[in-house]
Design a protein around this ligand. Structure first.
Ligand code: GTP
Length: 307
């Protein structure tokens, strides 16, 4: 018998690009449901990370980072869709988790707080990346500064990467969501299919292994996702993934000399899939050109993007 009263509810995870939202969602879920990289705007889709604790369940809505639409990459249809997906995440949630980087509070963070408060949501502040702070005494004045005139339901300094400071955060969030039985089973970790996650894990390697601007010109489509019984491993997956780029020159870069880069991307993505699915994976990858896909709403929808 479970003695603790159960709480269950949805929490929108909001913040600037690259502050560590996806890393935090993965740390709370205890598995890699959302891809991460050191490049801003890695997350392109809204995704639910389901985290179950003795006191209840949090359905964490990981969002693309909210960002201005004037920047170099930002006027495009994909960026507009990403911003809409982030804002749409506020519908139907019980609370918001605003993630910021320790020691850094920009105008955009203030705007995000205002939007959340105006939406009538209790806002918990996660001050992430405290492991990077050289001078820990800087934390208290930082907290004093950002909380002045802003009513946060709770403030938690933490490190998503090192998984430290997470327990008090979980307690605060559970207290803000309604009492009730978990909406999802204990072993469920996301609302996305394995097929979707497979594509994302290939895209994660593109974000991590390609230089500068190129990752933003690529996307991944899973053409085949088949499960078969395997005598050794229980089940095994056969996955065909197409990497879409915008120009022939980009195709050559993704493939690399003698196919080296594409092989490295495929190997690492396959290892990540095997870990997440707990099964053997056969992954095949191709690179194809589709001009202008990232600024074409119809092409984006065909490739699985939506807001
Ligand atoms: N040192 C340190 N790095 C972190 C921490 N949390 C996240 N990072 C790193 O910050 C980078 C961005 O993390 P993500 O989780 O992809 O950030 P995000 O906010 O989801 O980014 P977008 O997809 O742009 O919205 C990655 O390289 C992470 O490893 C942390 O607590 N400490």
């Amino acid at each position: 018998m479970n003695a603790l009263p159960q709480h269950s509810g949805a929490v929108a995870v909001i913040g600037r690009p690259n502050v560590g939202k996806s890393t935090l969602v993965n740390a709370l879920v205890g598995a890699k449901v959302s891809i991460t990289s050191n490049r801003p705007q890695t997350t392109r889709h809204r995704l639910l990370g389901i985290a179950t604790f003795p006191g209840g369940q949090l359905q964490l809505v990981d969002t693309p980072g909210i960002h201005g639409e004037q920047g170099k990459r930002s006027g495009k249809a994909m960026n507009r869709m990403m911003n809409r997906a982030a804002r749409g995440a506020l519908e139907g949630v019980d609370a918001a988790l605003l993630v910021v980087e320790a020691g850094r509070w920009d105008h955009e963070d203030g705007l995000a707080f205002d939007a959340l408060r105006d939406a009538g949501l209790p806002v918990v502040l996660a001050i992430n990346q405290v492991d990077k702070l050289k001078d820990k005494t800087a934390l208290l004045p930082f907290i004093a500064k950002v909380t002045e005139g802003r009513a946060f339901a709770a403030v938690h300094p933490l490190s998503a990467l090192k998984r430290s400071g997470l327990e008090p955060l979980v307690a605060s969030l559970l207290a803000l969501v309604p009492e009730g039985e978990p909406a999802f089973g204990e072993d469920e970790i996301t609302d996305k299919s394995q097929r979707f996650l497979a594509g994302e894990l290939v895209r994660e390697q593109l974000m991590r292994q390609l230089g500068a601007e190129l990752p933003y010109a690529t996307t991944v489509e899973v053409e085949k996702f088949e499960e078969e019984p395997s005598p050794q491993a229980g089940v095994m997956y056969r996955i065909d993934a197409v990497i879409w780029v915008e120009r022939e020159g980009q195709k050559a870069i993704v493939i690399g000399k003698g196919g080296e880069r594409l092989r490295a991307i495929g190997t690492r993505a396959r290892e990540q899939m095997e870990r997440l699915f707990g099964a053997k994976v056969f992954l095949q990858t191709w690179v194809r050109v589709r001009e202008g896909w990232s600024d074409d709403e119809a092409a984006l929808r065909a490739l699985g993007y939506h807001d």
